[in-house]
Design a protein around this ligand. Sequence first.
Ligand SMILES: O=P(O)(O)OC[C@H]1O[C@@H](O)[C@H](O)[C@@H](O)[C@@H]1O
Length: 232
Amino acid sequence: MGHSAAVWDCKAAFEVTKDWNGIDQIVLRNPQGASARVSLHGGQVTSWRNKQGEELLFTSNKAVFKLPKATRGGIPICFPQFGNCGSLELQGFARNKMWIVEDNPPPLPPNDSQRKSFVDLLLKSSEEDLKCWPHCFEFRLRVSLATDGNLTLISRIRNINGKPFSFSFAYHTYLLVSDISEVRIEGLETLDYLDNLSQRERFTEQGDAITFESEVDRVYLSSPNVVAVLDH
Ligand SMILES: O=P(O)(O)OC[C@H]1O[C@@H](O)[C@H](O)[C@@H](O)[C@@H]1O
């Protein structure tokens, strides 16, 4: 797969395989041995491995890998609703749909493809979707794996019929950690959050990094672009 030292052939680093339900998944690889796997079920990244082959994403061993159920793990795409803040099913319907690979998507800035292996996926609103959410959209997702092993997701949502609509959206990333009692999260200090374990009551985080002694289920407001998860 694309191991030439002189020329990095991103097409050679793109492989389509089937998961155990027969659903197409795309495997991206970089020359150093890092990889990522993206399922057409939900446009969901289901694996991201560093060059040592260590998995970085968690998937529950109770995960259901069958349409129309969402898979509990990897990076589910929540759209057009995040969580339960709306009338749609939890996290919206995009993660339960079949996406397609798009060969010629509208261009992105050139540095979003240089020296990266990537795949472009597309989800269009179906008749069924329009019954529960009456807005025509195209959702484009680019997943790319850089030569340094970094994984990037770029989402573009297009309103097709011009009537304004609003939506919420999230990458519901499940990170694999070695020991939750050792994990610290930095970057959310002093922010307000809604606590899902207290009927979404609003609290303010204290000045320390976040650690875990029991279940935590919170939505932080106005979170910064960079949040660090320190594991080991
Ligand atoms: O639907 P999933 O992937 O199992 O995720 C459910 C979780 O999603 C989170 O966004 C909610 O804060 C949790 O309350 C909920 O349990």
